[in-house]
Write a protein that binds this ligand. Structure first.
Ligand code: HEM
Length: 401
């Protein structure tokens, strides 16, 4: 049986194996590292149907929830807040956080993100080429934004960035647990301090005084803080990095973005579609037999929706493997550009998507404008890419200008 996951051979295209699988229909059985077989969805409509189905559970603490990689066996992931809860608790916690992630709040944050991004480019230009675009640019943007949004001191960024990578890239459960526990203890200390001096900054400042609420225990808040810290920065930073690679590898598309800034929002969504940085829109377990596309997903069976493949469903996208920033042009274009499944679908659709889109717009437009001669310092095939997991990325992104 087809084994999952498989590494990409190009940073912005799904692995050749997934492409082959996708040609055989929307639903497939694949086998995981622990020998378990689960359903992998490569069709767009099927993916949306299943992610919107209330009989699909996201509860990571269930014994039958599929463990896609060894690291996810670590107790710290079971349960992980919001993303790993079903209603009603999921909805209660999501509502609590909605104001921090609203379009209005994100718009208010934009000026500061532009300033920060400008400063990072100033520093790069001052130091001169070559640079590592991950360390110097792609990582500090989301890292600083999420620390501000949460109310976590940015001075501690080296610690929480290293532990986040340790948690998300660990080879095994013990490594993930050690990194996760360090983050947990750190956040616990912050929440304790915030609780004693209420009125602090960010989500933690707002919620730390509320942990006697019946809907929010201290442990809930800790799990929420951990989910936001890890959900918010690795995804966006790697999306910036791989987005830059995709743009640089398509000079005509890059020129289109440069010549018409109005193209930028649609270009960001086209990059999100192409790169599909998490490679997965969602993992679930069926709580009842579910008939879909002539197959029956049985209660207790696992399902994984592949964003990189659903985002290339020829029923939705013409010429799906082509990067085309004008895909979203014309009537109804913006909505069409946003129907990709990179942020998932249904009740768990990414809470941070407004924020992520804003950070990406600012990051790409600043680079295009300020460093017009930016280029990769090594051939794309030599980039040190992440392997053996689902989250895509590069360890470093050497660039020059
Ligand atoms: C390019 C960047 C990002 C990508 C590709 C991404 C992707 C995703 C995906 C696919 C899901 C759905 C998972 C599922 O259904 O199981 C999700 C959920 C979530 N994301 Fe993001 N994300 C990004 C940025 C962010 C940011 C910046 C934050 C917060 C600061 C964030 C916080 C969350 C949270 C809290 C959830 C869970 C929502 C829920 O369960 O209701 N994400 N994200």
């Amino acid at each position: 049986m087809f084994s999952y996951p498989q590494d990409r051979s190009c940073p912005y295209q799904p692995s050749p194996g997934y492409q082959e699988l996708g040609r055989g229909g929307p639903l497939h059985k694949v086998s995981l590292w622990d020998g378990r077989s689960i359903w992998m969805v490569t069709g767009h409509a099927t993916g949306r149907k299943l992610l919107a189905d209330p009989r699909m559970s996201a509860d990571r603490s269930r014994d039958d929830f599929p463990v896609v990689l060894p690291r996810f066996e670590a107790p710290i992931f079971k349960p992980i807040a919001i993303i790993g809860f079903d209603p009603p608790m999921h909805d209660v916690h999501r509502r609590m956080l909605a104001p921090d992630f609203s379009l209005k709040h994100v718009r208010e944050m934009r000026g500061e993100v532009e300033e920060l991004t400008g400063r990072l480019v100033d520093d790069m230009l001052r130091k001169g080429p070559p640079a590592d675009l991950v360390e110097d640019f792609a990582l500090p943007i989301p890292s600083m934004v999420i620390s501000q949004l949460l109310g976590v001191p940015y001075d501690d960024h080296e610690f929480f960035e290293a532990k986040t990578v340790g948690l998300l890239q660990a080879k095994d459960a013990a490594g993930a647990q050690a990194a996760g526990q360090a983050l947990w203890d750190y956040l616990d200390g912050l929440i304790g301090a915030q609780g004693q001096a209420p009125g602090g900054e960010g989500v933690l400042g707002r919620l730390a005084g509320r942990t006697d609420d019946k809907d929010l225990s201290r442990e809930d808040l800790l799990r929420i803080a951990l989910a936001l810290l890890i959900g918010g920065h690795d995804t966006t930073s790697q999306m910036i990095a791989l987005g830059v690679v995709t743009l640089l590898e398509h000079p005509d598309q890059l020129a289109a973005v440069r010549s018409d800034p109005d193209v930028l929002p649609a270009a960001v969504d086209e990059l999100l579609r192409m790169v599909s940085v998490t490679d997965v829109s969602g993992v679930r377990v069926a709580t009842a037999d579910i008939e879909v596309d002539g197959e029956v997903i049985k209660a207790g069976e696992g399902v994984l929706v592949s964003s990189s493949m659903a985002n290339r469903d020829p029923a939705v996208y013409e010429d799906p493997y082509t990067f085309d920033v004008h895909r979203g042009a014309g009537r109804g274009g913006a909505a069409a550009a946003r129907q990709h499944l990179t942020f998932g679908f249904g009740i768990h659709q990414c809470l941070g998507q407004n924020l992520a889109r804003m950070e990406l717009e600012v990051a790409f437009s600043t680079l295009v404008e300020r460093i017009p001669r930016l280029r990769l310092a090594v051939p794309v095939g030599d980039l040190p890419s992440r392997t053996g997991g689902t989250m895509q990325g590069v360890h470093r992104l050497p660039v020059e200008w």
